[in-house]
Ligand binder design. Structure first.
Ligand code: ADP
Ligand code: MG
Length: 244
């Protein structure tokens, strides 16, 4: 689904990523973990087209997408969550999702037939998928933080992503909100076959969610494997202790 070949990124001489090879299978949930400054966000920025790699290639779903525009990638089904969505606080949850759907259909020129009815059904389906259909009429600005997160997910899903990119999706959240996001990501992956690549600095959070983990250390891939392999990896432990 996604392949990085020898990707490097330097910022005026400083190597944030060095020779990163990464392959994510369709249907996989992959976590990128590493201490602060390891290069996780830079890696996501390169994949989502926000940054051009200094060297190397990125391919997605059979396309060479190296340094492709984020908006083009969304049309190919590669979406970065939380950065492309903007929730309108004065509108209801329903209206917000409907706006996201309209934007998507307009871009792909799929607006035809009984648009109103189609959008209503699709909007409700998305609200249902994230578990807030019963709050459809509530103003977005008045939703609890966890429900707002769900709304943002519904809006991201309006673009029918095949693959989601998330940079520390639960950063700054209370434990119960984190659980909501983790459960939501797991169900999107299971029920809608959405491939997921996410970053996280907390090793514990990824264990329940990720199928495979890649560990970044000072811009290089230090290790890759199943969560229990990574947990037992002495090099990984040393890198985390060293960073702490
Ligand atoms: N735009 C930039 N200009 C200069 N240095 C940067 C820039 N973005 C990131 N870096 C540096 O690259 C390294 C990796 O950063 P980042 O990818 O944000 O790490 P992480 O997300 O793992 O915490 C850090 O040392 C950071 O200071
Ligand atoms: Mg980061």
């Amino acid at each position: 689904m996604l392949r990085l070949g020898s990707v490097s990124k330097t910022f005026s001489g400083f190597a944030a990523l060095t020779d990163v090879d990464l392959a994510v299978e369709p249907g996989e949930i992959r976590a990128i973990i590493g201490a602060n400054g390891a290069g996780k966000s830079t890696l996501l920025n390169v994949v989502s087209g926000l940054l051009r790699p200094s060297a190397g290639t990125v391919s997605y779903d059979g396309h060479d997408v190296t340094a492709r525009d984020p908006s083009e990638l969304v049309l190919l089904g590669l979406s970065r969550s939380f950065q492309i969505t903007s929730v309108f606080n004065d509108f209801t949850a329903f209206q917000n999702v409907r706006i996201a759907l309209l934007a998507y259909h307009r871009r792909t020129r799929q607006l035809f037939g009984s648009v109103e009815r189609l959008l209503r059904a699709e909007t409700l389906e998305l609200l249902e998928a994230v578990g807030i259909a019963d709050r459809a009429g509530r103003q977005a600005g008045e939703l609890a933080a966890g429900d707002r997160k769900r709304l943002e997910f519904a809006m991201t899903l309006a673009a029918r992503p095949k693959m989601l990119l998330l940079d520390e999706p639960t950063a700054g959240m209370a434990p119960n909100e984190r659980e909501i996001v983790v459960a939501l990501l797991a169900s999107l992956n299971r029920d809608k076959r959405v491939t997921i690549l996410f970053t996280e600095h907390d090793l514990d959070m990824v264990n329940s969610l990720a199928h495979r983990i890649s560990v970044l250390h000072q811009g290089r891939v230090l290790a890759e494997g199943h969560p229990d392999e990574i947990r037992r990896n002495e090099q990984v432990r040393a890198a985390y202790v060293g960073a702490a």
